[in-house]
Write a protein of this length. Structure first.
Length: 94
């Protein structure tokens, strides 16, 4: 499994979540199998998103689309987006 991990600050979580839910980059059509949203305990306006894919190529394509979206909204809805594509090598549930 491949994961696109995104981290950035938001100006307003509720407003950001509404934009996220509108899905401007087409997550499902891009091959996202599952996503997870987390917020920092000490800063609820710091958001972390994990998007799971079958292939790195799918993750790279969505990241390219997201960078276009980010260029339009950075500094307003989100600040300083960081992203990395990672391969999950182990996962265990207790």
């Amino acid at each position: 499994m491949v994961m696109l991990r995104i981290e950035h600050a938001v100006s307003n979580f509720a407003g950001w979540k509404q934009a996220f839910d509108s899905d401007p980059a087409g997550r499902e059509k891009s091959g996202v199998r599952r996503y997870r949203i987390a917020r920092a305990v000490d800063d609820p306006n710091h958001v972390l998103i994990d998007l799971e894919f079958d292939t790195a190529r799918q993750a790279e394509a969505l990241l390219a689309a997201l960078r276009v979206v980010w260029s339009d909204i950075e500094g307003t809805v989100i600040m300083n987006p960081q992203a990395r594509i990672v391969e999950v090598v182990e996962s265990k549930v207790f």
